[in-house]
Write a protein that binds this ligand. Structure first.
Ligand code: 8YV
Length: 318
């Protein structure tokens, strides 16, 4: 039997149904996360490794890329790639793939879950039921906000933003968006500034890419423009929202509510968000359905296999 190709896996993909096992079955895997001295492990076993598997969260920085002299491809599990140093990869001629499209629907579905949970105070109600406080609901849980027929603002009309927008039509909502540029193919209204979009919207959903170019795009001015009745939803990346400004606005009653799947310093979540009755908090589970995680691992493995068989990736980045 031919010997297995050697690959490096940055961390455990425990959030995927069978990725760890399938990688271990098909390849000779250097499991980097099991080595306490990462540098030493790379120096000892890194030579000859041509492919690396990582995730949107774990990424691959310049130091890691440089420590692998024979590296030719990085196959990531996840759509976001702001944690992969593309410049360092390009400089070395290393190809990069992600897993786009397969997670779009589930992430958009979760955004909608957050819109409704935030507007209708679902998690607060759930806490009352669990605590045996049903009799105290009236007068304690403030009335929610109607969702149907309201104004939906989307920050970033990419694949996921468009899927969220389409669902808005089912709720009879008017949809507008903000992007760096208006999209010719879009049926939705364009707002040239984020502040204008926030001022107009009842619900502002963040669906843009992460990375330095979008850090704190949603700042104090945007949050206050959304206002006392507005609800912000984030299924993209935590740092897109200035979290401190968000906390301050919630504390001062300048924002209606926040429903968040991502945070600026994951896994750390500010106490002020945890104790607020106006927040819904999820642990970055946008893509976490069996079907989607399976499709992500299939696509990541396809990229890897294609690299070894043809020298090309199936879903290269850019
Ligand atoms: C992943 C994600 O759960 O794909 C992405 O960019 O954020 C999620 O789908 C996770 O980040 C993978 O590490």
């Amino acid at each position: 039997m031919a010997s297995k190709h050697r690959i490096l896996q940055v961390g455990s993909l425990a959030g995927s149904p069978s990725a760890n096992q399938r990688l271990a079955d098909a390849y000779d895997v250097l499991e980097l996360w099991k080595h306490t001295d990462r540098k030493a492990a790379l120096a000892e076993y890194g030579k000859g490794i041509t492919a690396l598997v990582t995730s949107a969260t774990m990424g691959a920085n310049a130091e890691l890329i440089e420590a692998l002299p024979d590296l030719k491809s990085i196959c990531s599990w996840g759509v976001g790639y702001e944690t992969i140093d593309l410049q360092a990869a390009r400089a070395r001629g290393v190809m990069v793939s992600n897993t786009p499209d397969v997670l779009t629907d589930c992430v958009a579905d979760l955004a909608w879950g957050l819109i409704i949970a935030g507007a209708r105070r679902m998690t607060l109600g759930d806490r009352y039921v669990r605590a045996g406080r049903w009799g105290q609901v009236h007068g304690n849980i403030p009335l929610g906000t109607r969702v149907s027929g309201k104004k939906l603002g989307i920050v970033g009309l990419g694949r996921i933003g468009q899927a969220i927008a389409r669902r808005g039509q089912g709720f009879d909502m008017e949809v507008r968006y903000h992007n760096r540029r208006p999209r010719e193919d879009s049926p939705y209204g364009y707002e040239a500034t984020l502040v204008e979009l926030a001022r107009w919207a009842d619900f502002l959903v963040v669906a843009t890419v992460g990375g330095p170019q979008t850090r704190h795009l949603v700042n104090q001015e945007v949050i206050e423009a959304l206002g006392t009745k507005g609800i912000i939803v984030n299924i993209a990346r935590g740092p897109v929202i200035d979290e401190q400004a968000l906390v301050t606005a919630l504390e001062n009653g300048k924002l209606g509510g926040a429903a968040l799947d991502v945070f600026e310093h994951e896994p750390n979540v500010p106490d002020a968000l945890k104790t607020s009755d106006n927040t819904v908090l999820l642990p970055h589970i946008g893509s976490a359905t069996y079907e989607t995680r399976m499709a992500m691992e299939d696509l990541m493995l396809e990229n890897l296999q294609s690299f070894f068989q043809t020298g090309k990736l199936v879903t290269p980045v850019e």
